[in-house]
Design a protein around this ligand. Structure first.
Ligand code: SF4
Length: 307
């Protein structure tokens, strides 16, 4: 069995920095995070074990300091926290901030805002909560139901697949040929890299293992993308979910992981796959030696603070 790792996989800098800030802060003072810091149960459990509390609304926060996650939050929600006298710590990813600013600019310039993304996703809610009139679309059917406007300003949730986003923007333009439709590409670079690397990986694998949280949007998108190029794709959260019967000795097994998956979980999955029968791990063209990353040993701490 040959193991291939995607050229880009796993935790992005936005999530990594947010976790590090939470860990470092919690070492000195009680901390509550507003919403899920990452969509990964293993990471959340470790944060809770370090005393970090997680609440969904500012009125449930019982610590003096509250942290906004990498997914960002609306001005309304941040203002609510300030009004309650809370010390607000912002870990909003700079690339989510770009999406917020792009949307605000489009609205200021008189475009009707359209967000390509999941209506109930925390990042999208952080953008829609401040707007009186906004459409959130995810499918062709959603585009078909849009009301005609003279000007549409379109952005995307940062973790949407860029091909799908471009396709939906094209459909919107076709449906409203008289309208001015301005699109600002806010899909983040780490998402694009992971999606592109997942396609290359899936094309060269007999079976692909996608590691990520059950509620992680970008992980689900990786599963969907890999499924377009490989008929055997398994979504797992940890190495414990792997089943030996999924693999044959002659298989090339591809590994990729969502942006909230810690390196330690990836290395545990790789180790388990090797135990399933690979005499030696091969490295495919998708992970040239100069781009290989050091993955921590199984006993290493999952989360690190800022130093
Ligand atoms: S997925 Fe992209 S936008 Fe979201 S935290 Fe990571 S780098 Fe930032």
């Amino acid at each position: 069995m040959k193991i291939l790792k995607a050229e880009h996989l796993g935790m992005c800098f936005g999530v990594r920095d947010a976790i590090a800030l939470a860990v470092t802060t919690a070492e000195h003072e009680p901390l509550t995070v507003l919403g899920e810091l990452v969509h990964n149960e293993t990471v959340l459990a470790e944060l809770r074990a370090r005393g970090v509390r997680i609440e969904q609304t500012p009125d449930a926060v019982a610590t003096p300091t509250v942290m906004i996650t990498a997914h960002g939050a609306s001005e309304r929600r941040i203002g609510e926290s300030h009004r309650r006298g809370l010390n607000v710590l912002e870990a909003t990813c700079p690339l989510v901030q770009v999406a917020h600013r792009s949307l605000a600019k489009l609205v200021r310039e008189g475009f009707h805002p359209v967000i390509i993304g999941k209506r109930d996703h925390v990042e999208v809610r952080g953008m829609t909560e401040d707007l009186p009139d906004v459409d959130v679309v995810l499918t062709e059917a959603d585009i078909a139901q849009l009301t005609a406007r003279p000007r549409f300003g379109v952005i995307a949730q940062t973790t949407q697949p860029i091909e799908k986003v471009r396709h939906l923007v094209g459909l919107l333009r076709k449906q409203f040929p008289q309208a001015e439709a301005r699109f600002i590409d806010t899909v983040c670079q780490p998402t694009k890299q992971r999606q592109h690397a997942a396609v290359e990986l899936a094309k060269h694998s007999d079976v692909v293992v996608v590691i990520g949280g059950a509620h992680s949007n970008n992980t689900h998108e990786l599963v969907r993308t890999c499924g377009q190029h490989c008929s055997r794709v398994h979504h797992i959260q940890t190495a414990a979910d792997l089943r030996e019967e999924w693999f044959q000795q002659e298989d090339a097994v591809g590994i990729t992981a969502g942006t909230s998956t810690p390196d330690k979980i990836i290395s545990e999955v790789e180790r388990q796959l090797k135990e399933f029968g690979a005499p030696a791990s091969g490295h495919g063209a998708f992970e040239p030696n100069h781009q290989q990353r050091a993955v921590p040993e199984a006993g290493a701490p999952m989360l690190a603070g800022r130093h």
